[in-house]
Every structure is written in structure tokens, then in C-alpha cells.
Design a protein around this ligand. Structure first.
Ligand code: HEM
Length: 228
């Protein structure tokens, strides 16, 4: 076994992999939210459709997209293995008081929050990503240019209050998952510093509130037909 695979298959390596894939996904969410906010601007979804069209035809974005799916898969598999290992270790020392009792609700329920987020992602990919790639999307024409009307797919989905409610509730769970995951990723990378760690914790808290809130606002405003 090479040094690389040996490191990644150990407990420390697994945490490292969890942190690195998690940080990539944290960055992805910022870019994804910025793109999706365009659903709320302009008329008839022109801004969003132009954005989605440009993204779909950009070779760099295509590579990032494959990386995205790969990192989600690694993050999920690694998370399952780490949770099982932690459970087995806890069984051995169950009678010993640990500092676990002091940790946050989110940190104690990361696996459950992760599973809920995964269920959301699967439903989300089926509803949007798969539909964008394989569904029958109508054409939109802007200044003589014909491009797929992806906005109509999202708009149709968010006219259903059940889907809107599902998105809003899932964003709350995602927020809790991120509230522990953000700072925890830096800790797993060994980036502990008495000056910077409190800043990273605050930034993590801000991120875990603002990003899910930004995502939750989109279906609510689209349902209410509010655009800017
Ligand atoms: C209001 C909230 C959201 C909207 C409107 C939205 C919209 C979309 C749309 C339209 C696509 C298909 C894009 C395309 O293939 O061209 C997509 C893909 C995707 N979304 Fe979302 N999204 C939202 C929230 C989220 C959240 C919270 C996550 C993760 C937790 C997420 C993860 C993904 C992933 C992984 C893809 C596939 C991206 C790729 O091709 O690499 N989305 N989303």
C-alpha cells in the first residue's frame, strides 16, 4: 500500500478527506447560491437562463461538475465509515464520561443531518439536474437567441407549496449540518490557532445561517411571485 492510500485509509486520513471534500462543497454552495439568486432578478427568467446556458457550455464548469459529484460521493462514503468507527469505539468506552456531553446538538447528530441532506440532494438532482439534462425543456428566445427555458422548470416546481416547504425545512437541517461542519473541517486540517480559531467559528456560524437562508428564500419568493 502506498503512503498516500495508507494515510487516507487511516482514521486521521479519513477525517482529512472528510474536511477537504466538505470544504470543496462549502465553496460550491456559495457559487451555486450566487447563480441561483438570478432566478429572482429580471423578467421571465432571462438572467437565470443565460447564466445556466453559459454554465452548461463551459468546459471548465463541466470538469468542476464531475468533481462535485465525486466529492459528494466520497464525503458520504467517508462519513458512513467514520460514523460506524466512532459508534464501535463509543461502545467500548460507553461507561466513561466524555466531553461529548458538552458538544452541540449539531455535532452529535452530524450523521443524521448528513443523511437528511443526502435525501434532499437526491430529490433535488432528480427534480432539477436530471430534468435540465434529460427533460423536455421548452425554448426561450432572447434577442433572437434560442436557449433552454430552465427557469420554467424551477418556477413550475416552486409553484407547489409542498416542494417549497420541503426545500425550506431541508435548508434548516443543512444549516445545522454546516454549523458544525465548517469549523470542524478546519480543525481536522490541524488549523488550530488561538487567534484565528474563534474567527473561523464565527465565520462558520455566519455561513451556516446566511447560505441556507439564501437558498430557502428563493422558493418562498418564487412561490409568492416576487422578483426584483
Ligand atoms: C433554492 C435552492 C436551489 C435551487 C433553485 C437549485 C437549483 C439547481 C439547478 C437548476 C440545478 C441544475 C443546474 C444544471 O444542471 O444546469 C442544480 C444542480 C445542483 N444542485 Fe442545486 N439548487 C438549490 C439548492 C441546492 C442545495 C442546497 C444543494 C446542496 C446541498 C444543491 C446541490 C446541487 C448539486 C450538487 C447540483 C448538480 C451540480 C452539478 O452539475 O455539478 N442545490 N441546482
Amino acid at each position: 500500500m502506498s503512503w498516500f492510500t495508507q494515510t487516507l485509509s487511516g482514521s486521521v486520513g479519513k477525517k482529512l478527506l472528510m474536511a477537504l471534500t466538505g470544504l470543496f462543497l462549502i465553496l460550491f454552495l456559495v457559487v451555486h447560491l450566487a447563480g441561483n439568486l438570478q432566478l429572482l432578478f429580471g423578467t421571465d427568467g432571462e438572467a437565470f437562463n443565460m447564466y445556466a446556458h453559459n454554465m452548461a457550455n463551459n468546459p471548465f464548469i463541466k470538469v468542476v461538475s464531475y468533481g462535485n459529484f465525486f466529492f459528494i460521493l466520497v464525503h458520504v462514503i467517508d462519513g458512513i465509515i467514520l460514523t460506524m468507527k466512532n459508534k464501535a469505539a463509543r461502545k467500548i468506552r460507553y461507561h466513561v464520561a466524555t466531553k461529548d456531553s458538552k458538544s452541540s446538538w449539531a455535532s452529535k447528530n452530524m450523521a443524521l443531518l448528513g443523511i437528511i441532506t443526502l435525501i434532499f440532494i437526491i430529490a433535488h438532482l432528480k427534480g432539477f439536474w436530471y430534468e435540465f439534462k434529460n427533460g423536455e425543456i421548452a425554448d426561450a428566445v432572447y434577442s433572437g437567441m434560442t436557449i433552454p427555458d430552465g427557469y420554467a422548470v424551477v418556477d413550475f416546481a416552486f409553484s407547489n407549496p409542498i416542494i417549497v416547504g420541503f426545500y425550506v425545512i431541508c435548508m434548516a437541517f443543512l444549516g445545522f449540518h454546516l454549523s458544525h461542519g465548517f469549523a470542524s473541517a478546519f480543525q481536522s486540517l490541524g488549523l488550530n490557532h488561538k487567534k484565528y480559531t474563534p474567527f473561523i467559528s464565527k465565520l462558520g456560524l455566519l455561513y451556516s445561517i446566511l447560505i441556507p437562508l439564501g437558498f430557502a428564500i428563493i422558493p418562498i419568493l418564487m412561490y409568492l411571485n416576487i422578483s426584483f
